[in-house]
Design a protein around this ligand. Structure first.
Ligand SMILES: NC(=O)c1ccc[n+]([C@@H]2O[C@H](COP(=O)([O-])OP(=O)(O)OC[C@H]3O[C@@H](n4cnc5c(N)ncnc54)[C@H](OP(=O)(O)O)[C@@H]3O)[C@@H](O)[C@H]2O)c1
Length: 389
């Protein structure tokens, strides 16, 4: 059977949510011919469990192990119209093998990578992708992803990037946001990762989980303590806007989780940066984490503040604050990832007659054209509890 979109990692929480949203959104666009979707992963048993949960007609399984080498990855992706990569954790990976395979097979690509070093290596393939006529967007999703689009939007509302002196990104997720062990282990790995920040135009590496700040995420969510944590939105936004100051903070609830992260940060970093140890710890902690998740909910909140350069006489605002809140991280990350994926398909492969908005090449979300940005934000706004953008 012909496959339109192959979601590698679709057996997981983020990937399955992406599959669900891709189905719903494509059904809305063309009720008689929704996208033909496939999940790529190592385990057919995991696939069968997800298939039962999603109850989607005609969902296909493709056996994929990202570790099995370039030729088998090319063979797996060949012939599909888009690959979405959600098989994290991305921390500790340095080579964008799947993107490379997609370029070789002539297949558009997006991922939810939250590791800047990997996204940077992907970006280095941009001229290869452009020569092959392949569009790709890396570091999609809700954050990173929609958050970077919000940063660009905030700078525009200030009067344009040249007017913007500083951008602060802040994130809050209640518990794990209903997400999987990989998000938990990714957070553990980030506690061992120096934080990329920009200070007066210079890249400045800072200690993770420091520089506490209390951030107001809006009505119903309230004020929460947030701490520096690495986020690819920072360097990608700085590159796109040439803004001099930028940093990203994250906080969770209950507050004891914040304290636990602070304590974990004291562990030796080679232990913290051990992918299998952190995945094991996350899996071991999952039953307890799930109980806490039930108590605190799964709210996901993003706030972006953009500050204007000196001149107060211009009539433009001195500060722009944008907020976006969804009830459930797992749901909204799939929604946002599906929004990026559909934008990549726009005007391509006979699936949509609309005009293309993402040219061939490898792009960060912050680099997308205004039309693509507005289309993606429009999809992400659906079901939002707060949408101040
Ligand atoms: N950008 C954003 O907005 C955003 C937000 C939240 C999370 N994330 C990122 O999303 C990623 C996924 O999180 P999650 O909660 O969905 O994780 P998860 O539930 O553990 O799912 C990951 C899936 O990847 C598959 N997988 C793992 N290793 C693989 C390999 N070598 N080859 C093929 N498939 C493999 C696994 O399926 P099988 O066992 O069947 O192979 C697993 O189901 C994380 O890295 C997280 O940081 C991004």
């Amino acid at each position: 059977m012909t496959i339109d979109v192959l979601v590698i990692g679709g057996n997981g929480r983020v990937g399955a949510s992406t599959v669900r949203w891709l189905h719903q959104l494509s059904l809305r666009r063309n009720a008689s011919a929704p996208l033909r979707l496939a999940i790529g992963g190592r385990s057919r048993a995991h696939f069968e469990a997800v298939q039962n949960r999603l109850a989607l007609p005609k969902l296909v399984f493709r056996s994929v192990d990202l570790e099995t080498g370039f030729d088998s990855l090319v063979a797996v992706v060949r012939g599909v119209k888009l690959v979405v990569h959600t098989a994290g954790p991305f921390q500790g990976c340095t080579q964008p093998d799947l993107l490379r395979a997609c370029i070789a097979a002539g297949v558009p690509y997006c991922d939810v990578c939250d590791e800047f070093a990997l996204s940077r290596h992907a970006k280095e393939l941009s001229s290869e992708a452009a020569a092959a006529g392949i569009p790709a967007v890396v570091s999609c999703g809700i954050w990173p992803g929609v958050s970077a689009l919000m940063a660009i939007e905030a700078a525009q509302q200030l009067g344009g990037p040249e007017s913007c002196e500083r951008i602060e990104l802040s994130f809050f997720t209640a518990g794990t946001g209903g997400a999987g062990p990989t998000i938990v282990s990714a957070t553990f790995l980030l506690l061992a990762t120096k934080v990329l920040t920009y200070l007066d135009g210079s890249l400045t590496l800072k200690e993770p989980w420091t520089e506490r700040r209390v951030v107001d995420f809006g009505s119903g969510v309230g004020r929460h303590a947030c701490f520096l944590l690495d986020n690819p939105d920072v360097p990608t936004t700085v590159e796109a806007l040439a803004v001099a100051n930028c940093a990203s903070r994250f906080g969770t609830a209950p507050g004891v989780w914040n304290s636990l992260f602070a304590a974990m940060k004291l562990l030796p970093s080679d232990w913290l940066f051990n992918r299998s140890a952190m995945q094991g710890l996350a899996l071991f902690s999952m039953p307890f984490i799930r109980v806490v998740d039930k108590l605190v909910g799964a709210t996901n909140a993003i706030r972006v503040d953009a500050f204007r350069k000196g001149d107060a006489s211009s009539g433009m605002p001195a500060q722009v604050t944008l907020r976006c809140v969804h009830a459930d991280l797992e749901d909204c990350v799939g929604q946002a990832t599906a929004a990026f994926a559909l934008e990549l398909l726009r005007g391509r492969s006979g699936l949509s007659s609309a005009e293309q908005t993402i040219p061939a090449g490898v792009w960060y979300p912050a680099e997308l054209q205004a039309k693509a940005r507005s289309n993606i934000l429009n999809v992400a706004s659906e079901k939002a509890l707060i949408w101040e953008i």
